[in-house]
Design a protein around this ligand. Structure first.
Ligand SMILES: NC(=O)c1ccc[n+]([C@@H]2O[C@H](COP(=O)([O-])OP(=O)(O)OC[C@H]3O[C@@H](n4cnc5c(N)ncnc54)[C@H](OP(=O)(O)O)[C@@H]3O)[C@@H](O)[C@H]2O)c1
Length: 278
């Protein structure tokens, strides 16, 4: 199988490049092809002729998107549509990486794949509109929604907490947003399996279990053997440009239906902390 990954230089893309070893995988960054450039996308995919295209490229800075909606929609929605049109032309399957932020967070039980999208942020809107466009262009595409990514090779929440904890005795972390932290290694493996299983439709792929950012930060400092105090605060106290859903836990049912399971976030964090020490 030949696969092409857009966004190979990103946090998730790097894990995909590391974990997806059994097939012929080509990774592309924005300097290889800017997905906003429809013609370049077509030419590149004509040249590579992959069986699967994994679209992990995005303007993924949630607060940045809020201040720059033109770029958010140009990359996340219109860029994705360019890749879908080219995928259709070359007859390739498409896997699009989407987000828990397509939901509004008003539920109190895990979101199922057919729950209504109602994004609260520009980033969430750009991903939700991309999903709709892609399903119109390629009804058999696979949309993998994941959440709260962390992993080696880029900026992520545990890395930030550990850097701050090294220099401070106490840290304030929000305790009113609940989700599932997800290790890029684990979701990359799940995505490669989904391609091999020829999956289509919407799939939710996260590590199992859930926590707040405060609980996650506590587990991070304890796991690293640090004594930093973690203090719970509200989202209002830590105002950020983009609103986030209060609850965005994704149900594992769609992944389990395809006989794929992912470990707990606590297990994933332990492996990440080990990897970070090496
Ligand atoms: N991070 C999370 O917590 C999270 C949660 C849920 C879903 N997701 C989704 O998961 C995917 C991967 O996220 P990530 O955290 O790995 O993002 P990331 O680290 O910010 O990486 C983004 C990747 O997209 C590429 N890219 C950006 N703009 C591009 C453009 N115009 N044309 C082509 N490539 C472009 C970047 O290439 P350069 O390096 O060349 O700029 C980079 O490879 C995204 O679809 C994101 O929406 C992320």
């Amino acid at each position: 199988m030949r696969a092409t990954i857009f966004g190979a230089s990103g946090l998730l893309g790097k894990a995909l490049m590391r974990e997806w070893s059994e097939d012929a995988v080509t990774g592309l960054s924005s300097s290889d092809v800017d997905i906003r450039d429809e013609m370049r996308v077509h030419i590149k995919l004509q040249e590579l002729r992959p069986d699967w295209i994994v679209l992990a490229a995005a303007y993924a800075d949630v607060d940045g998107c809020e201040g720059n909606p033109e770029k958010a929609f140009a990359v996340n929605r219109d860029g994705a549509a360019n890749v879908a049109a080219a995928a259709k032309q070359v007859g390739a399957r498409l896997m699009f990486v989407s987000s828990d932020y397509v939901f509004d967070g008003t539920k109190t039980s895990p979101y199922e794949t057919d729950d209504a999208r109602n994004p609260r942020s520009i980033y969430g809107k750009s991903k939700a509109e991309a999903e709709i466009k892609l399903l119109e262009t390629l009804p058999a595409c696979c949309i993998v929604r994941t959440s709260w990514l962390f992993g080696s090779g880029g900026k992520c929440f545990p890395d930030t907490i550990l850097k701050l904890a090294a220099n401070r005795s106490a840290l304030d972390v929000v305790n009113d947003q609940r989700g599932s932290p997800t290790y890029t290694t684990d979701v990359a493996q799940a995505m490669a399996q989904l391609c091999r299983k020829n999956a289509s439709g919407i799939v939710h792929a996260t590590n199992t279990g859930d926590c707040t950012w405060f609980e996650f930060a506590q587990a991070i400092v304890r796991g690293a053997g640090l004594g930093t105090e973690i203090r719970p605060v509200s989202s209002q106290q830590m105002a950020r440009p983009a609103p986030r859903p209060a609850y965005s836990v994704l149900s594992p049912a769609s992944l389990r239906a395809l006989e794929i399971t992912m470990p707990s976030w606590q297990d994933a964090l332990r492996r990440y902390l080990q990897e970070r020490q090496i």
